[in-house]
Design a protein around this ligand. Sequence first.
Ligand code: ACO
Length: 151
Amino acid sequence: HSALPEDLHLRPLAQDDYSRGHLDVLRVLTSAPDVGSSAWSERFDLMASHPDHYYPIVIVSKSTDRVVALGTLFVEFKFLRGNAKAGHIEDIAVSKEAQGKGLGKRVIEALTGVSEGLGCYKTFLDCSEENKGFYERCGYEFKGVQMSKYA
Ligand code: ACO
């Protein structure tokens, strides 16, 4: 795939991305109330203390110094398939203004690349019916039914 536009930088989530509007982008996906920078940092530190499991990434605009897209790979350790690993793609969002420019696809490609590089035997995700086409464009295929029970 082609290089990202010069203004954009894809990198791991950083300690100070709270101030770059990380939660504002997440809010495009679902409820993400402002927990404040110290609670945000606590959660960041918790994830950073499990570096084998959490791979949060962002795309940042250099000119505005704002997060424009984000996503996370969560790596699950298993007993099956000979102590295999599975990669879960979670919490994908692109800011409203930046949608439709290929950034979501870049996030999925990057996270899938990390998952495969780590040797995960599969990479998978849950999505709504309306996003099915997006993930198909990213090379994913429909597989089964998701069940949830919200607390
Ligand atoms: N249905 C069908 N095709 C789509 C859709 C869609 N809803 N959205 C994008 N596409 C296509 C594009 O046309 C493009 O096709 P191309 O390769 O032929 O050019 C390709 O998919 C890639 O599109 P992008 O421009 O990379 O998509 P974008 O950057 O807008 O990101 C996303 C898509 C993440 C769904 C974004 O619109 C968004 O943030 N939506 C709101 C939050 C959300 O629903 N997130 C996903 C939740 S699921 C999860 O987190 C595991």
